[in-house]
Design a protein around this ligand. Structure first.
Ligand SMILES: NC(=O)c1ccc[n+]([C@@H]2O[C@H](COP(=O)([O-])OP(=O)(O)OC[C@H]3O[C@@H](n4cnc5c(N)ncnc54)[C@H](OP(=O)(O)O)[C@@H]3O)[C@@H](O)[C@H]2O)c1
Length: 299
């Protein structure tokens, strides 16, 4: 089968198509013919080698990548899940009890809702924005962010969508954001009133500025990513000083979060669908901040 692999950490073009043996499922596993692959931002950090800097507990080596796939079993079941082994490939192994894609949901829609929907839901569960509270969403037009805007708005929060550029802010408004702010502008945070909750996926300076926007004594920040390549630089002493909570969460994919991702009626935002052989271009677009919503590869 064809698979996309990388043999050294580096820029997007280290990704290349290779002919490799089909994987073999073990007990409790099933082989699928992959019909679409979800590209997640974290994979760009893994490929570039930056993941080990940002999340040093990752012990990664160059090789296979990914990933989130939709695939069809020999007996015609359409499953979604994380491939055991590699995911940027024409065949993949999934757990036999992987989630079935609901009828009427396209591959692209399913991939937009699966990991990113579960992550948005887990983040909201972590910090529980109450009706009337102000919630700041970073990267609000991205895969996770575009769903977070919707989940937080449904909880009754006043959603402040932060992203770079007019196109992304317009999308966030369409998805239900009440206020928008372009954090590409250096003084952006001075134009935002204090917030009760922050959904923090960018890290670096943006993460720090968002943290400072938290209302003293009541604020909560859910941290689940570092798209800038720099960790969120906030210490326990900082949290103590402001009287706020910083919460992380582990694997967001649970049967409950996945069920809710598919049944809440969220609008999946569909980004580029590119051929598997264009995996490098998909990574480049994500790193260039040129995408909105979910990017997929089609074998
Ligand atoms: N913990 C988990 O289980 C989990 C699961 C899924 C995703 N995540 C994390 O959640 C975040 C969102 O993931 P996603 O797949 O939905 O990606 P995404 O939001 O679709 O893409 C990343 C976005 O981050 C923003 N960004 C800010 N600074 C950036 C920089 N220096 N370089 C590139 N992008 C930058 C960009 O939006 P703007 O241009 O608007 O800033 C970009 O579009 C990522 O940090 C990812 O690692 C975590």
């Amino acid at each position: 089968m064809r698979a996309v692999r990388f043999h050294e950490f580096g820029p997007a073009d280290v990704l290349e198509v290779r002919e490799v043996p089909d994987p073999t499922p073990g007990p409790g596993q099933v082989l699928v013919r992959v019909t679409a692959i979800g590209v997640n931002y974290g994979e760009t950090l893994i490929r570039s080698g930056r993941a080990t800097e940002v999340v040093p507990w990752y012990d990664l080596a160059p090789g296979a990548l990914g990933g989130e796939v939709v695939g069809v079993t020999d007996d015609g079941r359409r499953l979604i899940g994380f491939a055991l082994g590699e995911g940027y490939a024409e065949r993949a192994v999934l757990p036999e009890d992987a989630t079935e894609v609901p009828d009427g949901v396209s591959d692209h829609e399913a991939l937009a809702l699966y990991l990113q929907g579960a992550t948005a839901i887990a983040a909201v569960d972590a910090v529980r924005p109450a009706a009337g509270e102000r919630a700041l969403v970073e990267a609000a037009a991205g895969g996770v962010g575009s769903l977070l805007v919707q989940v937080a708005a449904r909880a009754g929060a006043t959603v402040v969508a932060a992203a770079r550029g007019e196109r992304k802010l317009a999308l966030a408004r369409e998805l239900g954001a009440h206020e928008v702010v372009d954090y590409g502008e250096p003084d952006w945070s001075s134009r935002v009133d204090p917030v009760d909750v922050v959904f923090s996926s960018v890290g670096g300076a943006v993460g720090r500025q968002s943290f400072e926007l938290l209302r003293d004594g009541v604020g909560r920040l859910a941290v689940f990513g570092f798209a800038s390549g720099e960790p969120l630089d906030v210490t326990a002493v900082d949290a103590f000083r402001k009287g706020v909570a910083v919460l992380g969460f582990g694997n967001p994919l649970t049967p409950d979060t996945v069920r809710r991702a598919f049944t809440l009626g969220l609008r999946p935002v569909l980004g580029e669908a590119l051929p598997l052989a264009d995996a490098a271009r998909a990574h480049q677009l994500l790193e260039d901040r040129a995408t909105t919503g979910k990017v997929v590869l089609v074998p």
